[in-house]
Write a protein that binds this ligand. Sequence first.
Ligand code: UTP
Length: 322
Amino acid sequence: MIRKAVIPAAGLGTRFLPATKAVPKELLPVVDKPAVQYVVEEAVRAGLEDILMITGRDKGALEDHFDRSPQLERILECKGDVTKLAAVRQASELADLHYLRQGEPLGLGHAVLMAEKHIDNEPFAVLLGDDLIDEREDLLARMIEAQAISGGSVVALMEVDPEQISAYGCAAVDVVPGQDYVRITGMVEKPEQECAPSNLAVIGRYVLHPEIFAELSRTKPGRGCEIQLTDALQSLAVAGSTGNGVFGVIYNGRRFDTGDKFSYIKAVVTIALERDDFGRELRKWMQEIVDISEFSGPSYMSGNSPFSNSGVFASKEASPYG
Ligand code: UTP
């Protein structure tokens, strides 16, 4: 049975600068909850309550978020704000969280290797702290089952448009008859489209056999001079490897990479649209701004705008901002 999860969250988040200069990208809010809290909640739903977060320099706020906050709790208690109090407490009661600092961001593979002592020779899950999987899906449970049946390491795969594959690790696969997973015969990190063995991209969920640690400690820095988890998995996947093999579970659901600006915006909008408290209002407002920006041309900036207090939304009642 798999009990432990590792959440690597020590990357520099350079795609999101300058926002991530002082704030870890994993703490950027997706509506009113940081991205990494969705990830911790997903691990807990899959029965993984021992979670090791790999953090780094300037990432102390990650620990603070999941810690108790007695002063804030007292103030909310005095105000009788039970909803906010419950939300604040919930973050600190989710799981048994542990932290380890990666002294230098030497790559995802290096971050996973830091977890070796904590994991102690049992299969474990890795969830990237900026990768959001639809909470209605059971991807992690499917991967845990695939690991138990196959006995190897399991990665999550997702079909992407061929021109996008160079942003991902990519896998060549063979069908495994009668199973919910495929066998991976080769992996390559961020290949050029012409050299990619498939359009199956590795996304931020893994269930790994502990043999990955020995492999990672042999893995030399690869793409971007970083120790790549994909390179270690490739060594375990190829024919002739003495390891237990690498397998893939194909995911067709919704997924956002909140470390990427456009995907982050899609995550915020999609999740906000589903909220009971303001989803309907947001949908209405979005329909209005899309209509106006398509049809009003340059005058959009000079009056007829949902962002101004003049023009079509001059009165408070008419304004989608309320
Ligand atoms: P990314 O490549 O998405 O993260 O790494 P990054 O390096 O922070 O992003 P950019 O490209 O500069 O914007 C995938 C995951 O691995 C973690 C990241 O935090 C992210 O969850 N990671 C990466 C580490 O924990 N340590 C590292 O040295 C590198």
